[in-house]
Design a protein around this ligand. Structure first.
Ligand code: OSB
Ligand code: MG
Length: 385
């Protein structure tokens, strides 16, 4: 099929795409490691893969909801329920010219951002494929190698933590992020800093602290961290702003940011100086791009967070990371760090801490390993008009 011209560049009307059906698949995928954070541990992921069909093309997206509502209120099951019962009836059989139009059709759906993002992201992939352009180009990014770091879960010992950090740096990763929690903070940071005096080092508390812990968190100022990620409550900006006034280390907001409005309020209040952008957490690429733009207006750097994604979600993160404001290393490390085998054919492997943006065709630039997916699928549903 010939690529259609990009109508918005040509100055014409955008073609609408009619969503004929949505396929959902649930695949159990076991991580190579048990990932422990302040909110829980996970190893057995339940990957929700969505395939949108329109005009003979397929758009892919992975839902980033976890198995347990510890990081966010959504789960694989709530997303499945909202996709089948709320979103599909609004979207299947209808035509949309842009992701904005698709989002407008579900504007009365409060929350469930990860479920909404799943269809929005798949629609971007569809549209980029229809235009015959890579997703990064549709998003307005610039193709470049994407610097990535690693996120190290809470380990059983300081030695194991230092080992994991040393291994990551030996593999070329550009930043080390340690998960922390009360009782597991200054000691692992001090141990890793001693072993790696120069490495860009950060910590992520996933909301485990309270403002009353400010004195403890101030001890982290001694280690030259690039940032302290989401120390306080997921729905709090006021106390983050107070804490930021008491810290030298920049705060990076993750769980607190669900929209460009949240980004504006957080940065205006001084609740943080850096943003972690996760496309699923902010309802899709359109809002992720706006969060990026708000941060740019405030002079705040952003980076692309990870949610232990398989290949489709990892590819989406790499395309998003091509926007100019993504200046800090993201969490999109090599797929082989997480999985024995991925659900796409293309290996998404970092070399010297840099990931290539996948380019096996337009859109996301990845191809599904259909046989493997079929063999592993434990639940699937095709949503028709
Ligand atoms: O807070 O960034 C987080 C994983 C699941 C839920 C929340 C977070 C994370 C990570 C993992 O830090 C990042 C990755 O995918 O490597
Ligand atoms: Mg985080």
């Amino acid at each position: 099929m010939l690529p259609r011209p990009r109508a918005d560049l040509a100055g014409g009307m955008l073609d609408r795409m009619k969503i004929d059906r949505i396929e959902l698949h649930e695949l159990p995928m076991r991580l190579k490691f048990r990932f422990q954070t302040s909110f829980g541990a996970e190893q057995d992921r339940r990957i929700l893969l969505a395939i949108l069909h329109a005009d003979g093309l397929e758009g892919y997206a992975e839902c980033v909801a976890g198995e347990w509502p510890g990081y966010a209120s959504e789960t694989t099951d709530t997303a499945w329920s909202v996709l089948t019962g709320v979103l599909a009836p609004r979207l299947v059989g209808r035509s949309f010219a842009t992701p904005d139009a698709l989002l407008y059709a579900v504007r009365d759906v409060r929350g469930h951002d990860m479920a909404v993002a799943t269809v929005e992201m798949a629609f971007w992939d569809l549209q980029a494929k229809a235009w015959g352009v890579p997703l990064w180009q549709a998003l307005g990014g610039r193709k470049r190698p994407i610097p990535v770091g690693i996120s190290i879960g809470i380990q059983e010992s300081l030695e194991a933590t230092v080992d994991a950090a040393l291994r990551g740096v030996a593999e070329g990763y550009r930043r080390v992020k340690l998960k922390i929690a009360p009782g597991w903070d200054v000691a692992p940071v001090a141990a890793v800093r001693e072993a790696l005096p120069e490495v860009p080092l950060t910590v992520d508390a996933n909301s485990a602290y309270r403002l009353a812990d400010a004195r403890r968190l101030r001890e982290l100022d001694a280690f030259g961290l690039d940032y302290l990620e989401q120390p306080l409550a997921h729905d709090d900006l006021i106390d983050h702003a107070e804490l930021q006034r008491q810290l030298a280390t920049p705060i990076c907001l993750d769980e607190s940011i669900h929209s460009p409005q949240d980004a504006r309020k957080g940065l205006q209040l001084g609740a943080g100086r850096i943003l972690n952008v996760k496309v699923g957490r902010v309802r899709g690429f359109r809002q992720a791009r706006k969060v990026h733009d708000v941060a740019e207006a405030f002079g705040a750097p952003v980076w692309c967070g990870g949610m232990l994604e398989a290949g489709v979600g990892r590819a989406a993160n790499l395309h998003l990371s091509t926007l100019d404001g993504f200046v800090l290393p993201g969490d999109t490390s090599s797929a082989s760090r997480y999985w024995e085998r991925d659900l796409i054919h293309e290996p998404l492997e970092a070399v010297d801490g840099l990931q290539r943006v996948p380019d096996a065709g337009p859109g996301l630039g990845v191809t599904l390993d259909r046989d493997w997916i079929e063999g592993r699928t434990v639940r699937s549903e095709t949503l028709l008009p």
